[in-house]
Design a protein around this ligand. Structure first.
Ligand code: PHE
Length: 435
């Protein structure tokens, strides 16, 4: 490494606005439109909504500000930064990267579903998920999605990532507005709102629901897995972070809640089961909407929405992987993106085969669900806590970096949350749930 290992990442955003758009693009994803509604449905409605919003304010937003400040301050790829601050414990920086490798592998499978359904809806066709799994289309479209992600990420950020985010942001905002307008006309709209806002006090204290809310908040904000760190490292040293972090957290949460409102308006209008789980968006819901006048157009808009938010999130994951592979393959993005593709395929193939005629299972569980629920679902909060916690403990400038981007009181509170509250809370929840 040239210059005594102090080599910088090199790439920089063209402007602060492109950075904010890319961060929103990463945050807003299937987590908002697909995962949030069904997770609310599976965790008792209103109570989960309250806990989720609290988790965003108390953990998600502070985590986001801290991670961005760390990326901006350290200014290198994640692993390189850990070599600098953690010495022999550098491998701690590998944990979030491995987590994102797992998430990206099955996330692109779902991107494939959205692309398949979008394409089919353009031809006026809808195949319920239960039937689609007996065809080869889903994995094939998954593979196409993987190639799209790879194609975008092989270009420099100003030529690939930024352009795609700037293009897709208005696309998904428009889709969302159209669907919200449609939801407003539905008789079940009020019932949906009531479902999202009614709760029982006991539910607020259930450890499993609290963990699920924290997991959803960090997943949805793309916080605590090194992506925001990487995006922060592409900022100029004097870039301002407080306003940007607030906008990112606000936009992501608003879009999540608006999506949930849309989905539950449909659920209650057509008497669907709120707790249908992951297939909600690909089975019950399209069946109901597809039967309406203009139903096909609505479905096309819905799947375009899903596809566009999913792609911008997937490329952010691939960016984390590529930025950390790059220094090891002669510093070229091109090569790094090929290595990234190869590594992702290792898990993508079995995940994609789960919902195909093969129906792959491992340990009696669909392989895809194993990745989504067991690995990502259970360990995500722990990885986030270890990552943000270790940054706070091991990086000597952590508090100073926070104070340079936020008023002292807020900066110190964020530092305290990352250093003590988050690790203790996650550990406590982990233990209670295991018991
Ligand atoms: N935040 C994205 C979503 O809501 C998913 C994601 C998770 C992206 C982790 C990057 C990192 O879908």
């Amino acid at each position: 490494m040239a210059e005594g290992g102090k080599k910088k990442n090199g790439e920089k955003w063209s402007s602060q606005m492109f950075f904010v758009l890319a961060a929103i693009g990463s945050a807003v994803g299937l987590g908002n439109i697909w995962r949030l509604p069904y997770t609310i449905g599976m965790n008792g409605g209103g109570a989960f909504v309250i806990l989720y919003v609290l988790a965003v304010m108390l953990i998600g937003f502070p985590g986001l500000l801290f991670e961005l400040a760390a990326g901006r301050g350290l200014g290198t790829g994640l692993l390189e930064a850990y070599r600098k601050i953690a010495g022999r414990m550098w491998w701690l920086g590998l944990l979030p990267i491995l987590m994102i490798w797992v998430i990206l592998s099955y996330y692109t499978v779902v991107v494939g579903w959205t692309l398949f359904y979008f394409t089919a809806s353009l031809f006026g066709v809808f195949i319920p998920f239960g039937e689609a799994v007996s065809l080869w289309w889903l994995p094939v479209f998954g593979f196409i999605s993987l190639l799209i992600v790879e194609f975008i990420s092989r270009a420099d950020i100003t030529k690939g990532l930024e352009k795609v985010n700037a293009f897709l942001f208005p696309v998904f905002t428009l889709c969302l507005l159209i669907l919200f307008g449609f939801a407003l006309t539905l008789p079940g709209f009020g019932e949906g709102i009531a479902y999202l806002t009614t709760f029982s006090w006991e539910d607020l204290l259930v450890p499993a629901i609290i963990t699920a809310a924290i997991a959803q908040a960090v997943f949805s904000l793309s916080v605590g897995e090194g992506i925001m760190f990487t995006y922060g490292s592409y900022l100029k040293k004097n870039a301002r972070l407080l306003g940007s972090s607030l906008s990112i957290a606000f936009a992501d949460t608003l879009i999540g809640l608006v999506s949930a409102t849309i989905i539950f308006a449909i659920v209650f209008t057509f008497s669907l089961a709120p707790e249908a789980g992951p297939s909600l968006a690909f089975q019950s819901l399209p069946l109901a909407v597809g039967g309406l006048p203009f139903g096909n157009i609505l479905l096309a808009v819905f799947f375009l929405l899903l596809f566009s938010v999913a792609v911008t999130s997937a490329i952010s994951m691939s960016e984390l992987l590529i930025s950390n592979i790059k220094p090891h393959v002669g510093n070229t993005r091109h090569r790094a993106s090929i290595v990234q593709l190869g590594l992702t395929l290792l898990l993508f193939v079995p995940a994609a085969l789960t919902y195909s005629p093969v129906g792959l299972e491992l340990f009696g569980m669909p392989f895809f669900d194993l990745l989504d629920q067991k690995i990502a679902g259970m360990f995500l909060p722990a990885v986030v806590a270890v990552f943000l916690g270790s940054l706070a403990w091991m990086w000597k400038d952590a508090r100073g970096a926070l104070r340079s981007v936020a008023p002292e009181l807020l900066a110190d509170a964020v530092y305290f949350i990352a250093k003590y509250v988050l690790p203790v809370l996650i550990l406590a929840l982990f233990i209670t749930e295991m018991a």
